[in-house]
Design a binder for this molecule. Structure first.
Ligand SMILES: [Zn+2]
Length: 258
């Protein structure tokens, strides 16, 4: 099954956002803590209860300002705290998947960065276990070659730590300078995963910004998702995420019935 929905509530607030997702016949929504974890746990429970009542699957996006591989100890500690705060809210929301960008290589080698990210993830997973939160850390495929988060790094991290993955197909497209082979990519991924999609502008340094999703840009992915019978929650991150999620849902429905 492919579930489709928007990143965030489009400024409506999360309760109204969930209602709109349900009204539009969409399936999921990502609650955004991208500029800070400002929601309290009680509010998260209220949003979670509404989503459950409406049958909407929630996920959570942790703050952008995270670097688990920073040279500065304080920054790593602050990053871990932001992730743990996000996990606590996600648990209250009933959101399993906690999305985040794990970090930057800066002056380190890829191997050193990998080891630091893995260590931090294992430590946060210990906290999740102790608190009995039903959440999974899902580091995201990032849009810039300077950022940790290639497909091979993240699939290895899944195996080594038991974390999940957020497959941002648009980021990968930008990271690979406009080249993406969905059939080849999906063979490397599990049958069930969390994902992002949108149009994207990119340059030599990778991702510039998420833009409106063109149908023709989504169709090749949609075909592969249906063909492979994958179990995916697909969040649209364009500047008009509700409208574009509805378009993607329509494309998928059409492929399924043809
Ligand atoms: Zn994304």
């Amino acid at each position: 099954m492919v579930r489709v929905g928007p990143a965030g509530s489009g400024g409506l607030g999360n309760l109204e956002g969930v209602r709109k997702v349900a009204r539009m016949g969409l399936d999921c929504m990502e609650v955004e803590f991208t500029y800070g974890v400002r929601m309290n746990v009680d509010d998260a429970r209220t949003v979670g209860a509404l989503a459950q009542e409406k049958g909407i699957v929630l996920s959570a996006h942790a703050p952008y300002y995270i670097n688990l591989a920073s040279d500065e100890k304080d920054k790593v500690l602050a990053s871990k705290k932001r992730l743990i705060d996000s996990c606590e809210r996600a648990h209250a929301l009933g959101a399993r998947c906690v999305v985040f960008h794990a970090g930057f290589y800066q002056k380190r080698t890829k191997g050193q960065t990998y080891d630091l990210v893995k260590k931090a993830i294992l430590e946060i997973q210990d906290v999740i276990k102790i608190r009995k939160w039903k959440v999974q850390l899902c580091p995201e495929i990032t849009g810039k070659p300077s950022q940790f988060g290639s497909v091979s790094e993240l699939t290895r991290l899944m195996q080594d730590s038991g974390c999940g993955i957020t497959v941002d197909f648009a980021h990968l497209y930008a990271r690979q300078q406009g080249k993406i082979d969905y059939a080849k990519l999906l063979k490397k991924l599990p049958k069930k995963f969390h994902a992002h999609f949108s149009g994207i502008e990119y340059g030599e340094k990778g991702e510039k910004k998420h833009v409106v999703t063109k149908k023709i840009f989504f169709e090749p992915l949609a075909k592969q998702l249906i063909k492979r019978k994958l179990d995916v929650t697909l969040i649209n991150e364009s500047p008009q995420p509700f409208k574009d999620a509805a378009m993607m849902k329509k494309v998928l429905d059409k492929l399924r019935s043809s």
